[in-house]
Design a protein around this ligand. Structure first.
Ligand SMILES: Cc1ncc(COP(=O)(O)O)c(C=O)c1O
Length: 418
């Protein structure tokens, strides 16, 4: 069957060529149509339900990628689908010049269950961090004699906008875009002294991930965040937590900061907040909430459709103590991975919290493992050439963990030089 969807004008010869491709050849189409920003895993997902997904050939997969730590309640969770259906028939988009109820209800829930006082809604993690950095600059201008520098850490990841590329402490993301916007200083993670040394009269804030996700699931010392917060308080600078990957139950509490006995001045969220729908947010303490009308904005931020879905997901997560479930199943998963480690010398470390876990090897086999797991019906992520990351839906069961462990054990037996 030929591909017959009408393609946008302006593709010239490519347009005609692409229209001749067989309909099921989505991967070939993608090669021709997209800017080359990602090496995709060779599977075309067409459907998902709970912890399972299916491809265009009808093959079933147990999903331990979870939309990249996004599908908190799994694929197409009924509460989110119902909220979307209801809201889609009521009000999909309105300008932020008007009050809309779903975003106010979502704000109420977030404020009630966090240590923060005010919220701004946007569309992604990068946009949330941009907003947080802008708010930190306003704070610096108004309260810290114009201080405008934000301290960030090596191996962090804060997003793909130009400013967040500068904030992200990984040269592979930065080098293609040099010169980058100024105002960010990268220092070693899990090292309070490095933050102290980098602090000057120009510093307005420190931004950290409670656990670094994209950097390889790096868990800091138990007292790191507490010490950084203490330093920020001593210097009167802002303590910002990027909970975009760790938030909304992922690590076994609603927010990871709860486990480290700290309270940020600003916190950013995205990913799991919408359980599949695109939404970001940053929350701030009252004394930090210094924007004046017109100083920040977002056309789609707080969109009623998305906020209704996020509210339904968040309410479900809180009412059903999903973070408690994450803690239990996450511990079970870690125990099982530890026993795999005892079986295979090629595994050097198991690390993480809740359902954000990495498995590190003594060789660069993660890419091969991803493909081998795919062949056995398990979706996993290569976070580094020598490490896999697991970020399944938060509703995963012990039985599904057992299934994944069985596949990982078989695949390791075949792919690792033990
Ligand atoms: C900790 C953290 N911050 C920010 C981002 C950027 O989020 P987004 O891709 O939604 O812009 C990510 C994405 O992986 C992340 O893990």
């Amino acid at each position: 069957m030929l591909y017959s969807m009408r393609l946008p004008d302006g593709l010239g010869n490519l347009n005609r060529e692409v229209q001749q491709l067989p309909r099921n050849n989505w991967q070939e189409l993608e090669q021709k149509l997209f800017l080359r920003t990602v090496n995709r895993v060779p599977v075309t997902l067409v459907r998902g339900q709970g912890t399972l997904a299916w491809d265009d050939q009808g093959r079933e997969y147990l999903d331990f990628v979870g939309g990249w730590a996004v599908n908190s309640l799994g694929h197409c969770p009924p509460v989110v689908v119902e909220a979307l259906e209801r809201q889609a028939k009521t009000l999909i988009q309105a300008s932020n010049q008007f009050y809309t109820i779903p975003q106010i209800e979502l704000a109420q829930l977030l404020i009630k269950h966090s240590c923060l006082d005010r919220v701004f809604f946007c569309n992604s993690g990068a946009e949330a961090n941009e907003g947080a950095a802008k708010l930190a600059r306003r704070y610096g201008k108004l309260r810290l004699n114009g201080a405008d520098e934000v301290i960030t850490t090596h191996s962090s990841f804060h997003g793909r906008t130009l400013a967040m590329t500068a904030a992200t402490g990984q040269s592979k993301f930065q080098e293609p875009y040099i010169p980058l916007p100024g105002g960010f200083v990268n220092v070693e993670y899990n090292n309070v002294e490095a933050i102290k040394r980098a602090t000057s009269e120009k510093t307005c804030a420190v931004i950290l991930e409670p656990i670094q996700g994209e950097g390889g699931v790096n868990v800091p010392a138990d007292d790191y965040l507490k010490k950084v917060q203490g330093w920020c308080q001593e210097k009167g600078i802002l303590f910002i937590l990027d909970e975009i990957q760790t938030g909304i139950g992922r690590t076994g509490t609603l927010f990871a900061y709860e486990q480290y006995r700290v309270e940020p001045d600003i916190m950013t969220l995205a990913k799991g907040l919408g359980s599949g729908v695109p939404i970001g947010a940053f929350l701030a303490r009252e004394n930090v909430s210094l924007f004046s009308p017109g100083e920040h904005g977002s056309t789609f931020g707080g969109n009623p459709l998305v906020c209704a879905a996020a509210h339904a997901a968040l309410k479900y997560i809180i009412d059903n103590d999903i973070p408690g479930q994450v803690k239990r199943v996450g511990n079970y998963f870690m125990t099982k991975l530890e026993s795999l480690k005892r079986q295979f010398d090629s595994i050097t470390e198991v690390r993480g919290r809740g359902l954000l876990i990495a498995l590190e090897f003594n060789q660069e086999i993660a890419g091969k493992m991803v493909l081998a797991c795919l062949g056995r019906g398990l979706l996993v992520n290569e976070v580094k050439p020598d490490a896999l990351r697991f970020m399944p839906p938060l509703i995963i069961t012990e039985k599904e963990v057992d299934k994944a462990i069985g596949i990982l054990g078989d695949v390791l037996g075949k792919n690792a030089k033990c």
